[in-house]
Design a protein around this ligand. Structure first.
Ligand SMILES: Cc1cc2nc3c(=O)[nH]c(=O)nc-3n(C[C@H](O)[C@H](O)[C@H](O)COP(=O)(O)OP(=O)(O)OC[C@H]3O[C@@H](n4cnc5c(N)ncnc54)[C@H](O)[C@@H]3O)c2cc1C
Length: 323
């Protein structure tokens, strides 16, 4: 591993200054994803700025209207186990509680989870100079692509890796970003960006910006859940995941947000499914229509056609659980 200076920031302002001060600076939260990058020489920073030393940045607050404010340094284990989050936003608690392993969830933060880089094996290996590392090829296209995307692919086909992101987009959350030009708030649905914009980036976090807060609006009166299918029940990334937040009135679906994970380069809002269930009761006919709608536009690669069937199964199963 390349040598670097470890700087412990004591405030967001200091973290920002330490970032701006050196072009080779990177931020560290739990360090799980960062360490992988350092070990594989994907990053060779001259300075690592540790955010964990900033007091208060791990706070979880349930507001009077049961909206949430979550500090980016709250660990996945704390978000998953927080009684207020479990009650008001069960899909978020479940998404965080199913990520990785207990050991990792005790260290990994929700901010780092949102900002982790894709798990594509070509990206993760130093020897492959892929599109995500400034190269001009996505090796998954003609290579091993069984875990890659079936929606929104091109020019890069790596799926978005974050469980928490799927739930947060479903709840219409927003992120507060603090940088050299001041603070700004970005909707979760606009924060994650497809590779057509820039294959080297998965989000709009600008150079020098720090994620300082996650705001989740109240989900009072909504039913919501997060589900996933993975290859094994031990810790693993999902093959397909799904977060649904919906409101019913008089037995029919009034509002719905349906977001798929692990199938696209961004958390994939399935507006087709939303249209298929709006105004309908969640009965057998609607479930079938939802499952059909969920795969419209799917474009599997050579080895991941099985994900199309998994999306349909998960959609049915999840909506049935909310019915
Ligand atoms: C075996 C294994 C299984 C896993 N399974 C899953 C899974 O099923 N689902 C899932 O979602 N994840 C999974 N993960 C990924 C894991 O959850 C993430 O690596 C972890 O959440 C990253 O959080 P961290 O706090 O360690 O981030 P770090 O590694 O510290 O940071 C990650 C990135 O975010 C940046 N960053 C961190 N915080 C901020 C901030 N506040 N502002 C700006 N930039 C910031 C860092 O600079 C870095 O680029 C798995 C990981 C492993 C090793």
């Amino acid at each position: 591993m390349h040598g670097f200076e470890l700087a412990k920031a004591t405030s967001v302002a200091e973290a920002r200054d330490l970032l701006a001060d050196s072009k080779g600076s990177v931020l560290k939260a739990g360090g799980i994803d960062l360490l992988d990058h350092l070990k594989e020489h994907l990053l060779e920073p001259s300075r690592v700025v540790d955010l964990k030393s900033i007091p208060g940045l791990d706070r979880i607050t349930v507001e009077a209207d049961s909206g949430l404010k979550i500090g980016p340094l709250a660990t996945l284990a704390r978000v998953a186990g927080h009684p207020g989050v479990q009650k008001s936003h069960p899909a978020l608690a479940k998404a965080c509680g199913e990520a990785a392993s207990p050991q990792i969830r005790n260290v990994a933060t929700i901010g780092g989870n949102l900002l982790q880089r894709p798990r594509c094996w070509y990206y993760r290996l130093e020897s492959f100079k892929c599109l995500k590392k400034g190269g001009d090829v996505c090796f998954a296209v003609g290579g091993e692509n069984r875990y890659h995307v079936i929606f929104g692919g091109g020019p890069s086909y790596a799926p978005h890796p974050s469980n928490a992101a799927v739930a947060l987009v479903a709840y219409g959350a927003s992120f507060v970003l603090d940088g050299p030009k001041g603070a700004r708030t970005v909707a979760a649905g606009e924060f994650f960006v497809p590779p057509t914009k820039d294959p080297e980036r998965e989000n709009v976090l600008a150079l020098g910006e720090v994620l300082t807060e996650i705001r989740v609006p109240s989900a009072a009166g909504m039913k919501s859940t997060y589900t996933e299918i993975r290859e094994r029940t031990a810790f693993d990334w999902p093959l397909v995941s799904l977060a649904v937040a919906l409101r019913t009135e008089g037995g029919a679906v009034k509002d719905a947000r349906v977001v798929l994970g692990a199938v696209a380069p961004i958390p994939w809002r399935s507006t087709r499914t939303e249209q298929a269930i709006l105004g309908k009761p969640l009965d057998e006919a609607t479930l079938s229509a939802a499952a059909r709608a969920a795969i419209v536009g799917a474009a599997p690669l050579s080895d991941n056609g099985y994900k199309v069937g998994l999306v349909q199964t998960l959609m049915r199963r999840t909506l049935l659980s909310l019915a």
